[in-house]
Write a protein that binds this ligand. Sequence first.
Ligand SMILES: C[S@@+](CC[C@H](N)C(=O)[O-])C[C@H]1O[C@@H](n2cnc3c(N)ncnc32)[C@H](O)[C@@H]1O
Length: 414
Amino acid sequence: MSIQRVEVGERGLVASKNIRKGEKLLFVPPALVITEDSEWTCPEAAAILKKNSVPDWPLLATYLISEASFMKSSRWSNYISALPRQPYSLLYWSQAELDRYLEASQIRERAVDRINNVIGTYNDLRLRIFSKHPDLFPEELFNIESFKWSFGILFSRLVRLPSMDGRVALVPWADMLNHSCDVDTFLDYDNLSKGIVFTTDRPYQPGEQVFISYGKKSNGELLLSYGFVPREGANPCDSVELSVSLKKSDKSYKEKLELLKKYGLSGSQCFPIQITGWPLELMAYAYLAVSPSSMRAQFEEMAAAASNKTTIKKDSRYPEIEEQALQFILDSCESSISKYNNFLQASGSLDLDVTSPKQLNRRLFLKQLAVDLCTSERRILFRTQYILRRRLRDMRAGELRALKIFDGLRNLFQ
Ligand SMILES: C[S@@+](CC[C@H](N)C(=O)[O-])C[C@H]1O[C@@H](n2cnc3c(N)ncnc32)[C@H](O)[C@@H]1O
């Protein structure tokens, strides 16, 4: 394989000759992999971080900045100079951009949490370590901007190696592989050849781009960490987070809320919906949300089944409130769809208020990503809405038929 400009993912690895299915490709020896045990050009900095038990992610983020500052004297200088200056992840979106473009999607909250985590991690390192050793960690180099860069690199390039006890690593050269939703193979340490490899799950012809899988991630998660959104309908693992809430006007609101809290949930909760359906946990939450106080005795089992932290049976059905529960999910789904509709309708005229071409380009790029994400998330909601409406219609038609039969029988016996 060789690194080339490619259509999907800018740079990528392209087959130079025929590659068979099941071939082991790549081979990067552990000495050429960056992990928390890699040698530092500045060993004093390493010793201080280790003494303070800094965990793997912040340690690697600091390592990248430190090695980048040594330029040619770092053994990773070629690797670091080939890294993107600005990784595309949502870490680089400002709060205003997240609010403007991702208002409809729950991924906005995940991005805000992630940005706050990175800022929190940096502040913690600065307070505890950097400020006490300014000679080793000067602020001109170790600041929030450089941390956003290094965390952006980690989010978009770090791999977890299952055969090395899940250890995280940056694997130069292998990290030029782009993601495809149609591929199942991933990078791992191979005990036989003692290197990082991946085994192809399909043949490739010379000139074809070779792909791996970054994991079973939704389009939102791919945008969050890697800064791209797959083509509409291309991702079989795609999902959208549907937000549902208990009604404050519910007479049993407090009681239900307490039970949800007991099982690690809250009065407003998100559940992942896929094109193939919704999870049992969402149905359990819906049962709890619509159940009348006369069903108090079942509240706890509903709350427990809504949580993924218990092994309680999750597929219990409560026929007397099934219709209301499905209607509850449908209402939440429709309210979410209307947010996407508002954004997608308004997106055409969103960016007419800037004059600088650079700013306009950035906005158009972010907007396109947001439009692609929102279109794919709304598509899943449309499908869910269709299934729910059909089920409710069938249920109501069944009830009507039963009622007619009942009336018929009554007339007969009168
Ligand atoms: C591990 S790197 C792969 C190498 C990268 N293309 C480069 O030029 O450095 C991950 C980044 O590649 C890009 N990428 C990977 N798969 C992609 C895809 N299917 N579509 C668009 N961009 C992709 C994204 O920018 C992502 O953050």
